[in-house]
Design a protein around this ligand. Structure first.
Ligand code: HEM
Length: 115
């Protein structure tokens, strides 16, 4: 089971990297470009791996802080709702990539500093 947890953490960290990469891809695409679908894929991966880590906690002998996990989930829902709302629009508003990246960084901060 420890291997499964490590695999999920591995995918969770790759998902975080993907979201950070989306920010730079979005910057490179420039103003007026549509929102990259990768924002949705990255946040979906974070959701699935995060929920799986919490769901498997009794089997992996982990005792996660549910309040902390709830805050991370809430921040991710905001990311997902924003990405979903704008992904089909012809152009992403200029504030959106910065807002999404800020929320991703916020969740990294919550993950690391909330002990
Ligand atoms: C943008 C969204 C997210 C980012 C950037 C993110 C980032 C991270 C990072 C960097 C860690 C490693 C922290 C460390 O080992 O000290 C982590 C761990 C974790 N995350 Fe997330 N996370 C996100 C969303 C979520 C969500 C939505 C959940 C749950 C529903 C979640 C559940 C967890 C859990 C349970 C761990 C601990 C894994 C372990 O060490 O066993 N995360 N996250």
């Amino acid at each position: 089971m420890e291997f499964v947890r490590l695999l999920l953490v591995f995918l969770h960290l790759l998902g975080m990297g993907m979201l950070v990469a989306m920010f730079f891809l979005q910057l490179r695409a420039g103003a007026g470009a549509p929102l990259n679908k990768g924002w949705l894929h990255g946040s979906g991966l974070q959701l699935l791996t995060g929920l799986a880590l919490v769901g498997l906690a009794p089997l992996t002998d982990k005792d996660y802080d549910h309040f902390k996990v709830g805050v991370k989930l809430l921040v991710l829902v905001v990311i997902g709702v924003l990405a979903f709302a704008y992904v089909r629009k012809p152009a992403a508003p200029t504030w959106l990539p910065r807002a999404l990246a800020g929320l991703v960084v916020l969740n990294v901060g919550v993950a690391v500093f909330w002990t």
